[in-house]
Design a protein around this ligand. Structure first.
Ligand code: ATP
Ligand code: MG
Length: 384
């Protein structure tokens, strides 16, 4: 009797012709998540099976796989030969000793001498005589024992379903550049699109030395947590210090944030095209702060020439975003105090609805191509 892990997948069956591609990406992602743990991954009748691991690693494997998008649920099962005596030994190990229960059986091997109903009845009967405090309840049992007769002479016996992350395998829906700050929102935005199968590359703007190295450490920490889901390995950072200094020196102070954000989007698009990404992703939510009005979004969108800007949080309330941040494990890091580059040289009264024409006019005072070149020269690649 040895432990195996059954992996059931989520939406992939919807994908008709692409199915082969989806499954290949999916199994690659599972392998990446399990790196460093001895195991084998096999397909079996519309599921995957992790085998050949040390029984003590089972919980760690399930824990890691909980972050892999495309997994609907998992079970830690006992694999035995398919004779009733062995199945019963496994069922005993899976069962509780009291309460109401139901045995559910499934036969992939239709030559098996007993029907599913008969298997359930036999195993249920054996459990009842083993544990006197058990009773059968087929409608509303407090726990189940599942028996799965495979085609290869073995049976899988298990009792629990662990929920997976659902969604689509990362790498099946293109690639995006996430503008990641040290705040609460952007990691959640990245997580949401990774859940739909997008590969997410993280790009962070800093104003070192105005923003400190702790701020950078914080973003690295966030990117690391996010990489558990996105399977990304790098964080890119860009300095916008020189851009803020130029704006501070030459432009109307109330436009600092607006102008800076336009530079961020320009840099992000250029960077995205360079690494063959297909969109920008931000954590903006409508009306949350002055720069996130529809006018603010229009202003930053208008410098992005080729790519769509995806804002998965646009219709979310802050508390909905926080709820997600807590769930994915980024919240505690995000709320640590930190200086974003957007808070450097902040005017007392930022313009809330600046007219695009005024913004463009103000920008004429800057050497945009030179500022962009300098930003690109500052790009740093950090391995997570
Ligand atoms: P967050 O919690 O994600 O920081 P926020 O509520 O603080 O968001 P803003 O600071 O206005 O809002 O930022 C809006 C979005 O712009 C962020 O979600 C992020 O995508 C992007 N952004 C802001 N600052 C940076 C930065 N320093 N580097 C990269 N992207 C940034
Ligand atoms: Mg922020």
């Amino acid at each position: 009797m040895k432990k195996v892990i059954i992996i059931r997948y989520a939406e992939m069956y919807l994908k008709g012709k692409n199915r082969g591609f989806f499954e290949q990406v999916f199994s690659t992602n599972i392998e990446r998540a399990l790196k460093g743990i001895r195991h084998e991954l096999h397909r079996y009748s519309g599921r995957y099976l992790v085998e050949g691991f040390d029984g003590a690693d089972a919980d760690e494997i399930v824990g890691r796989l909980k972050k892999v998008f495309g997994i609907h649920s998992m079970s830690i099962a006992l694999e035995t030969s398919n004779d009733l005596k062995s199945i019963f030994e496994a069922a005993k190990a899976v069962s509780r000793s009291s309460g109401t229960f139901k045995v559910e059986s499934h036969r992939a091997d239709k030559r098996y001498p007993l029907t599913s109903m008969e298997i359930s009845r036999e195993v249920g009967g054996m459990l009842l005589s083993q544990f006197p405090a058990l009773t059968v309840d087929v409608h509303n049992p407090s726990f189940y024992v599942y028996v799965d007769i495979r085609e290869n002479g073995t049976a899988l016996v298990f009792g629990e379903f662990f929920p997976g992350a659902d969604g689509m395998p990362v790498g099946t829906a293109g690639k995006g550049v996430l503008l990641i700050s040290g705040g609460i929102d952007s990691p959640v935005a990245g997580h949401m699109l990774a859940k739909r199968g997008m590969s997410v590359e993280c790009l962070h703007f800093h104003s070192y030395p105005y923003t400190n190295l702790q701020a950078k450490e914080k973003v690295i920490e966030l990117a690391k947590i996010l990489s558990g889901y996105t399977l990304g390995k790098t964080l890119y950072t860009v300095s916008v210090t020189h851009i803020q200094e130029a704006i501070h020196e030459k432009c109307a102070p109330e436009l600092m944030v607006t102008l800076l954000r336009r530079f961020m989007f320009r840099i992000a698009e250029k960077f995205a095209l360079r690494i063959k990404a297909q969109c920008l992703i931000t954590g903006e939510s409508l009306g949350q702060v002055a720069s996130q009005t529809i006018e603010g979004m229009t202003s930053s969108n208008s410098v992005v020439e080729k790519l769509p800007v995806l804002r998965p949080l646009v219709g979310f309330d802050k508390n909905e975003i926080i709820e997600r941040a807590v769930k994915i494990g980024t919240y505690d890091i995000s709320i640590q105090p930190y200086e974003d580059c957007c808070t450097v040289f902040l005017p007392d009264y930022p313009a809330i609805r600046p007219a695009l024409k005024d913004i463009v006019e103000e920008e004429q005072k800057l050497d945009i191509p030179a500022l962009l070149d300098e930003a690109f020269a500052s790009i740093e690649k950090i391995e997570l």
